[in-house]
Design a protein around this ligand. Structure first.
Ligand SMILES: Nc1ncnc2c1ncn2[C@@H]1O[C@H](COP(=O)(O)OP(=O)(O)OP(=O)(O)O)[C@@H](O)[C@H]1O
Length: 319
């Protein structure tokens, strides 16, 4: 079942088209990373999906509920961490979470949720108005987890957090996914998206520039994977490597071998071939990162400029 499904979803603000004919699906139980440069339309998409804004045209469902006419129903089963976390200055962290539990008609223990998100117990009964950004973010995540939602929508969940905090969010996302919760989250922190997502959607100027599994995206959009090895028994014939499926070119200089692979998967074949040819003393692999992919898809941090095109598709032939 698709937990999120949109058809030609469009949202205009005057003459600005923030979301432009968006059609995509998020399947049950998957962690879907939502990327895009500033102004690409991510927050607007999230606001329309949650029924906070009506689409100008097109349609969408979340957990089977129409985003325009059944937003209360869909929000009852969704935990939301908004982009700009709003806190009630006079309420404590504990009161915020207790209130979220009440609204969800759930019976969670506020302390359990606050512990889970790593908010210091000394802060639980302090007014949230005095919280740091990171503390408010943790508290907001605890409120999002109230009522064991079927879907978590996290808009930049790691903003304001230190590396420990980011790691904790990552663990929570993975725990929730392991328990069957679908997670949809937007982030600018690419390694974090890479670490937890099953699939990634990249938005650019209101459109989905690509939706794919992380590995597929990387294969299609990044430069070659380069294997650099020192062989135990030189010489090695470069043709032996260049003829392997997925290899672009191979260079050999004394005991050092450099192989560029069009496909990341070819690196295993390269190492296996070198092992057969006498052994590998040392090697390193330079793989394209999601950051390269992101830059290739969006052109730059400026969403309005160049269009990238994917590397030519070609069939993979096994060695
Ligand atoms: N309420 C609004 N009124 C007018 N224009 C808006 C409004 N909300 C968003 N926009 C415009 O719509 C476009 C998409 O904005 P949106 O906030 O959805 O992008 P985003 O991908 O979430 O960006 P960021 O990562 O910076 O939050 C931008 O050009 C923005 O200026």
């Amino acid at each position: 079942m698709s937990v999120i499904e949109t058809r030609n979803l469009t949202k205009r603000f005057g003459d600005v088209t923030a979301v432009d004919g968006l059609s995509f699906e998020v399947e049950e139980g998957e962690v879907f990373g939502f990327l895009g440069p500033n102004g690409a339309g991510k927050s607007t998409t999230i606001n329309v999906l949650l029924g906070y804004m009506s689409p100008t045209s097109g349609s969408g469902t979340v957990l089977g509920h129409d985003v325009e006419t059944e937003s209360r129903e869909l929000r009852a089963r969704t935990g939301v961490l908004p982009e700009n976390v709003g806190v009630y200055d006079r309420l404590t962290g504990r009161e915020h979470v207790a209130s979220a539990i009440r609204i969800k008609d759930a019976d969670d223990d506020p302390e359990e949720l606050l512990s889970r998100v790593g908010l210091d117990p000394n802060a639980w009964d302090r007014r949230a108005g005095g919280y740091s950004t990171g503390m408010a973010q943790r508290m907001a995540l605890a409120t999002a987890l109230a009522g064991d939602p079927d879907l978590l929508v996290l808009d930049e969940p790691q903003s304001g957090l230190d590396p420990n905090g980011m790691q904790e969010i990552r663990d929570i996302v993975l725990e929730e996914a392991a328990a069957g919760t679908t997670v949809f989250f937007s982030s600018h922190i690419l390694p974090e998206v890479e670490a937890v997502s099953d699939r990634v959607g990249v938005m650019r100027a209101g459109e989905m520039a690509a939706v794919d599994g992380i590995d597929t995206l990387r294969e299609r959009w990044t430069d070659d994977t380069v294997v650099r090895a020192t062989v135990a028994q030189p010489p090695v014939r470069p043709e032996m490597l260049a003829d392997l499926a997925g290899v672009e070119e191979a260079e050999v200089e004394e005991d050092r071998v450099t192989v560029s692979c069009r496909r990341p998967r070819a690196k295993g074949r390269v190492i296996a071939a070198l092992e057969r040819a006498g052994g590998v003393a040392d090697f390193e692999v330079d793989e394209g990162s999601l950051e390269d992919t992101f830059t290739a898809l969006t052109g730059s941090a400026d969403a309005g400029e160049q269009t990238a095109s994917p590397n030519a598709e070609e069939p993979e032939v096994s060695a």
